[in-house]
Design a binder for this molecule. Structure first.
Ligand SMILES: CC(C)(COP(=O)(O)OP(=O)(O)OC[C@H]1O[C@@H](n2cnc3c(N)ncnc32)[C@H](O)[C@@H]1OP(=O)(O)O)[C@@H](O)C(=O)NCCC(=O)NCCS
Length: 142
């Protein structure tokens, strides 16, 4: 397995993988080709893909503010799970953030997602049960 930066040429495969992993994908809004191309241009190192024989089998999108780094939209192809792909993507995402001076790594995980909760725990993340995620969206596509 090789982890490398994704480019906009990977867009269709990324969409396919998110859909296979049942993660939300908003092609008319923030996940449009144009929106993603712009994000990739601004932060090319934030889009990481795991490849096996040149086939995209996993991906994660990194983001950060001035203090915290976020691991978003982590997904692994169902046919390639339980082989450490996610663990490797998390390690590479953390390294990317470390290079930006970030030392706090975070992920938002839905309550039902036992696999993801266990994965992040295994990677050293601590759950905060006393925090409520609060957000405001200006549309369904953002
Ligand atoms: C969660 C997900 C990314 C894990 O990917 P993966 O490549 O199979 O994970 P890894 O092989 O790196 O697993 C590392 C560890 O995580 C834990 N883990 C992974 N999948 C698990 C599962 N289904 N149940 C329980 N623990 C699990 C295990 O502790 C595992 O270590 P082990 O293999 O030594 O037992 C994958 O199942 C997925 O894409 N799910 C759908 C999308 C999703 O939920 N993304 C996360 C959004 S927050």
């Amino acid at each position: 397995m090789e982890i490398r930066r994704l480019t906009i040429d990977n867009y269709e495969k990324m969409a396919e993988l998110w859909s296979k992993a049942r993660l939300p994908f908003r092609p008319k809004g923030r996940d449009s080709r144009e929106a993603m191309a712009a994000e990739m241009k601004a932060n090319p190192e934030f889009f990481l893909g795991a490849f096996e024989d040149d086939r995209l089998v996993g991906l994660v999108v990194v983001s950060c503010d001035l203090r915290k780094g976020w691991l978003n939209r982590l997904a692994v192809d169902p046919d390639h799970r339980h082989r450490g792909v996610a663990k490797n993507l998390i390690a590479e995402a953390e390294e990317t953030l470390r290079k930006r001076g970030i030392r706090i790594f975070c992920a938002l995980i839905e309550e039902y997602n036992d696999a993801s909760k266990e994965l992040f725990k295994r990677c050293g993340y601590v759950e905060h049960r006393d925090i409520i995620y609060s957000s405001k969206r200006e549309s369904d596509e953002v």
